[in-house]
Design a protein around this ligand. Sequence first.
Ligand code: HEC
Length: 101
Amino acid sequence: MKHVLSLSVLGLAVLLASAAFAESAGEKVFNQKCAMCHKVKGKGGAIGPDLSKISGKMAEPQLREKLINPKKSNANSTMPAFATLPKNDMSALLTYMKGLK
Ligand code: HEC
């Protein structure tokens, strides 16, 4: 019986820990598609600008446009276009980016 109890306590601890560290859907997209070039809060690549405070600089419509057509705001941009990103991923990503300010 004691055994069962300690196992369930352990199970609960693991559950809580994974909830605390779980990334949001948008953060996951960011880590997969953007972090190799962009830093957020000290983590990521340095090919593009640091995006830790990007929402203080660009509003959602501008961000969306940048993702769909990076060359529109900067003809020499080397950033790839994300126009084919699934709708769900795009909106999760934009929600995540709105929190970066
Ligand atoms: C291959 C590298 C690369 C990848 C991958 C990449 N970017 Fe970029 N990004 C850049 C570069 C270089 C710039 C700066 C030139 C420009 O303005 O386009 C930039 C600029 C930006 C800007 C404008 C920043 C500013 O301060 O003006 C935003 C916003 C942005 N990227 C978001 C993203 C997001 C979100 C993703 C993932 C979906 C992403 N980027 C993926 C290279 C990349």
